[in-house]
Design a protein around this ligand. Sequence first.
Ligand code: X5A
Ligand code: ZN
Length: 651
Amino acid sequence: MASGTALIYDEEMTTHKLLWTDPICDIEVPERLTSSYEQLKHYRLLERCVHVPAREGSEEEILLVHSSEHLEVAKSTRTMNEEELKRVSGNYDAFFFHPNTYSCARLAVGATLQLVDTVMSGKACNGMALVRPPGHHSQRNAANGFCLFNNVAIAAEYAKLKYGLQRILIVDWDVHHGQGTQYIFEEDPSVLYFSWHRYEHQEFWPSLKESDYDAVGLGKGKGFNINLPWNKVGMGNSDYLAAFFHVLLPVAFEFDPELVLVSSGYDSGIGDPEGQMNATPEVFAHLTRFLMQLANGKLCVILEGGYHLKSLSESVCMTVKTLLGDPVPQITGEMAPCLSAIESIQNVRAAHKPYWKWLKYEVPPIKTATTTHSKGSTHLLPVPVHLVKAVDKTEMKALVSGFYADLVKDDRTLLSLGSMLAILDKILKKEACNGIAESPTAAVSVAVALGHSVHFGLQRVLCIFVGDMQIMPNTEDGKVLIIHICEKEESGKTSSKHFISLNWKADAEGNDFFSAVLGFILPVAYSYQPNLTVIAVGPNRSLGISEISLLFALLQGLAESRIFAVIEDTEINLMQNVAKALVGASAPHFGVYVPPTQEKVNKIKLLRDQRSNDKGGHLFLKENALLSFRRNRQEQQSGSNENVLMGLGIV
Ligand code: X5A
Ligand code: ZN
């Protein structure tokens, strides 16, 4: 069993530098190498590594990946003057030549191959190469994004050839998409390429369609190219860990590589001017530690980007320290990935589900979602909830104009519909388990929500209205069941198969509502088997806060706990209690159970009878069933377990 960590570095690679002004390229400086190296020295990590000299990669090795034209152009720059260098550089997107560039690039290739040899021969079990220029943007026939030769891609081809490897994993945690590496291995199932990258819906460099999650590889290589685009800046430790847990690691373990190469850019770390991300240096210790579990520990880390010298050098140290086997530092901060990250993760998982068995399990959704605007009362919620960005006004106008234009009377309504739909979408896509929306007009919001849910494809939506509400006519026939709980008898509206009017005014203690919930609402709900439960609370509600919380608490057994709350004219107290019930923080407290009045018992009985006539299967207890249950309960006191089960209808 091999041991030791190799470190490969050659000061010569600091001689490649920008000779003119170019605001795009001026961050790729020689100090990136020297400051990383100095920091390794400072932490006394250097002296613990096995030092392996760099060498120049041969032309033959470079030709494993690149065209001879590309090699010749690069070679020809050795003798050029500044003006000529500038002209050739201008042929590429974000690259600069220096008379020493060619030689440095050959050293970068050779250093990478030395690392592969050291690890493959067992002289060390893992290691890192500090190289410049970087490689992952470089393509068969072109320099690109500070890269001349694709060091890591050459190393993969070299390892396949020299050691007969059949499965190599490349993990590209640089913040940019290594499109060069993707192109080289697109059709190659023996190299699994994973890259996460700042993308912002194709706004961020290199702004390619093929950097998105749906680029999964081509031909035989289908499933072996994994892109995880970050559509927001500010991704942090938890987003990176979630990406490893839910995308990279399941696939990597299933792939079972014989060697792991890391395109190790640290521009994905905090402080980097390119990445604008928030991950701290410690996260790289964790990422490294995870990858050490693959390929019998054969892990080669090769430097790519990283432009904040302090962040870069600290992250390099975290990586090397972990390669050496030191304990990994604790990760601090919020441990839940952000919604945008979850969205990207879910998209890439969906795109790769056909190719990887281990992606088949479901990713747990976030618990409760709500939006930021809508009067800004969310900070008063007593429990952690996820904030969703509302759909913006123009987007919203376009969306509602199709179906619901007639419902939208003013801007405030439009705005609240925007928040409402953003939350509902998370629930429909199973990215959030449940959510709360505030609305100035709950009836309108609910009408839109129901339409939207049915449009999305839900077959059964249970909707419980509490309070006075002008319930919009429901045109989604059969797909929505409405229970309206209100104080006043509704004239002209009779209960039907899909509409139930339940007049109920809770007594002072409120706990006679139990009998309505247990005796009617839950049985109806369970026999309906909704895919989503919507609970809307409007004005003049006849139920108190604890009765409403009870509804939320007890309806979580349905629709995979998917509950959407729409609350009109926020009463912060109500919001707080609903939020508590949704995150499962606490159940409402009731005093002593008071049986309902005869009038209420009759009311429930009447509704039940109506329902029973309508529908075949139901969960109402018939009088005799109730009797037999009671009898068994009495017998149970004599201590027979079987009778308990019988009482519960299990045997
Ligand atoms: C290796 C690397 C970034 C190029 C950015 C060009 N390249 N705007 O991080
Ligand atoms: Zn980069």
